[in-house]
Design a binder for this molecule. Structure first.
Ligand code: ATP
Ligand code: MG
Length: 392
């Protein structure tokens, strides 16, 4: 018997979407095809409660599986064989799957996606289990089997597979709208941006640099980070935005302890204007409460006050540095973030930033600045770069 291979994709949150489910599913299907588009032709099919990617004659099934398990919205995926939903066909494929493997114990995990199939899951488990015992001599162990054979019975066909690989979960990128992430070269903001992708957002990146007052290394880092994160959203935009001149003017009139908060407020004003031009509906930062002096509740409030129409989302607000670092390592952004660079925040930054500034104080401090002109300086100086997955 010639076996047809497929990747079977399971989702979780998308299935909770009620009336919007078709929309989310269509997006997930598009993203699955986009994520695998350079590996050879892969056709995604929506089936009852799951998606199948047909791999008939595909040269690189493992590579397809690797890509699929990085698509947001995917709870898990597996390389499967697809056969007609007859007991004979199921037996033949289960036999093929276990042949040549040695394992002391196993179980069959049959699931019926439609309950009118003439055999119950328990009956299927028994019939297919008996065959495996006979073919291999392994014993059945329902609790801690060395091998699990998954059998998913759909109306027209059945999928049989061994190992499930976990995906990121969440929602497909593009289903929740567009956000604008403030991307430094640090560890936190790339993780924050990824968290929003996992919630279904397309992320546009804004990076502030201090060229010509500092070298351009921070821009290369931002590019490398965006390149890495593009693996999850397939195309990205990065706005490289000048802050150096603004910082120079801030230094002339703002006392040292307040500078960090003023820089942050300028970044938010500029990012919000850029977001309006590029479809962003919210801003995203990598702040985590109390991590550094600029991230106290008071300073966060001072930052929020300057965003006019957009919420500032802080997906890492309740995470500690170890948790954030572990996630950065999983994403592959960590090794880029720890490269030394010339971060704009290292320019003209006081040793002891204020942790509490009142709304009245900050307004008085900024009275010496021509804020609209400085915002325009940043917005007009922003340079757009585009990224496509896979990177060339
Ligand atoms: P990160 O690890 O993301 O750099 P951090 O712990 O260094 O964060 P801060 O320097 O206080 O914290 O920055 C807080 C947030 O402000 C960052 O997470 C990022 O969203 C934004 N930000 C800081 N510097 C820049 C920059 N040069 N360009 C764009 N956004 C920035
Ligand atoms: Mg930083």
């Amino acid at each position: 018997m010639r076996l047809r291979a497929a990747v079977i994709v399971h989702y979780h949150e998308v299935s909770l979407k009620g009336g919007n489910r078709p929309l989310f599913l269509r997006r997930l299907v598009q993203n699955l095809e986009r994520a695998t588009s350079d590996l050879g032709r892969v056709r995604a099919q929506q089936l009852t409660g799951r998606i199948a990617l047909d791999l008939e004659d595909h040269p690189r099934p493992e590579a397809v599986l690797g890509r699929v398990t990085r698509v947001c919205g995917v709870a898990s995926a597996a390389l499967a064989y697809r056969v007609p939903s007859t007991l004979e066909a199921m037996k033949a494929v289960v036999r093929r799957v276990v042949e040549g493997r040695s394992f002391p114990s196993f179980r069959i995990s049959a699931r019926r996606a439609f309950k009118t199939y003439p055999m119950t899951s328990v009956e299927l488990n028994r019939a297919l289990g008996a065959l495996v015992v006979e073919a291999t001599g392994a014993r059945v162990d329902l609790h801690a089997p060395a091998l699990t054979v998954h059998v998913e019975v759909l109306p027209a066909e059945t999928f049989v597979y061994l190992d499930r690989v976990a995906g990121p979960g969440g929602l497909p990128v593009g289903a929740s709208g567009t956000v604008t992430a403030l991307l430094s070269g640090g560890i936190d903001s790339p993780v924050a941006a990824w968290r929003m992708m996992k919630r279904g957002c397309r992320v546009v990146f804004v990076h502030f640099h201090s060229v010509p007052y500092l070298p351009a290394t921070s821009q290369d880092k931002a590019r490398a980070l965006v390149g890495r994160l593009t693996e999850w959203q397939y195309r990205s935009q990065l706005l490289l935005t000048p802050l150096g001149e603004i910082q120079r003017e801030v230094v002339l009139s703002v006392p040292p302890p307040a500078r960090v908060v003023v820089y942050r407020r300028m970044m938010v004003r500029i990012a919000e204007a850029l977001a309006r031009q590029t479809g962003g509906q919210a801003l995203v930062t990598g702040e985590s409460l109390g991590q550094v002096a600029s991230q106290t509740l008071a300073n966060i409030a001072r930052t929020d006050e300057v965003a006019e129409t957009m919420p500032i989302l802080r997906p890492l607000i309740g995470m500690d540095k170890l948790e954030i670092t572990a996630e950065a390592q999983r994403l592959g952004t960590f090794e880029i973030s720890i490269e030394p660079d010339a971060d704009c925040c290292s320019l003209f930054v006081p040793r002891h930033p204020a942790t509490r500034i009142s709304p009245e104080e900050i307004v008085a401090i900024e009275a010496g600045l021509d804020v609209p002109r400085l915002v325009a300086l940043g917005v007009d100086g922003a340079k757009l770069e585009s990224f496509e997955f896979p990177l060339r």
